[in-house]
Design a protein around this ligand. Sequence first.
Ligand SMILES: NC(=O)c1ccc[n+]([C@@H]2O[C@H](COP(=O)([O-])OP(=O)(O)OC[C@H]3O[C@@H](n4cnc5c(N)ncnc54)[C@H](OP(=O)(O)O)[C@@H]3O)[C@@H](O)[C@H]2O)c1
Length: 264
Amino acid sequence: MPSYAITGAARGIGFEFVNQLSADSGNTIFALVRSGATANKLAELGRHNIHIIEADITDNKALKNAAAEVSRSTGNSLDYLINNAGFVEPERARLTLDSYPSEELLTKDLLDSFNVNVVGVIHTINYFLPLLKNGKAKKVITITSGLGDLDVTMGADFPTAAPYSISKAAVNMVNAKYAAQYKSEGFVFLALSPGLVDTSTRAPTQKELEEFMAMVERFKNVYPDFTGPIMPETSVRMQLEVINRMTIDDTGAFISHKGNKEWL
Ligand SMILES: NC(=O)c1ccc[n+]([C@@H]2O[C@H](COP(=O)([O-])OP(=O)(O)OC[C@H]3O[C@@H](n4cnc5c(N)ncnc54)[C@H](OP(=O)(O)O)[C@@H]3O)[C@@H](O)[C@H]2O)c1
């Protein structure tokens, strides 16, 4: 009975991981949500193999309690941890590092991104490691982004979304550090990019649409055939295929939903 813990599971890609994995009643899913109040979509799935646990990944006490709850349920083991929760600053993604209206805002966006996308991921892994050591799969997947790749940044001339991109580049190194440490114990650590995925919860404004199309045009420098975002269903199906395929020989990799360095 494989067990999975997924952070940021209330919506978007995290929700879709829960949805697809829980369709197999043999799987046990621990859906970690920042706030129980947002878990209605998960509850509506009405599946007995989904356990909803409240945990903001920047709150170590909440993470400790979440790991203890999973431990009680599984007899102190866990097979897969999927670090999906992520912070994207919604207002200032179009700014470059030198075009912020104030130093304070730039510092805030850098620290907020680092706090959730890097520090929160490290603490999550540390709290769940003792359980993962007793699991059969020993797979830790951290959802990263192609925006954390140096080659795509230069290839697409992409100077914006800097705090987010910097935090994702950093978490790729986090993944490598754990992989280097735990390869000898049979662990597979993956930094996995989901592609560009439409997880919007409302229609975009005209300004957002224009900005998005400008970004698509830049990506076309690197991926001429790119047409637009994929849906969470497709992304998660492809990511699960990659997760299932990867072995100890792949530990530490930073790859996409396509299983390679093709980010879109
Ligand atoms: N969508 C894309 O195109 C894309 C591309 C590359 C990488 N990614 C990565 O894929 C992951 C999921 O993206 P998404 O598009 O599904 O994002 P999303 O729709 O914005 O959802 C983000 C999820 O993370 C949760 N979260 C944020 N801060 C948290 C915290 N401190 N503690 C616990 N949970 C927290 C959110 O909780 P609330 O519901 O409470 O806000 C939400 O459930 C992220 O790591 C993102 O960086 C996405």
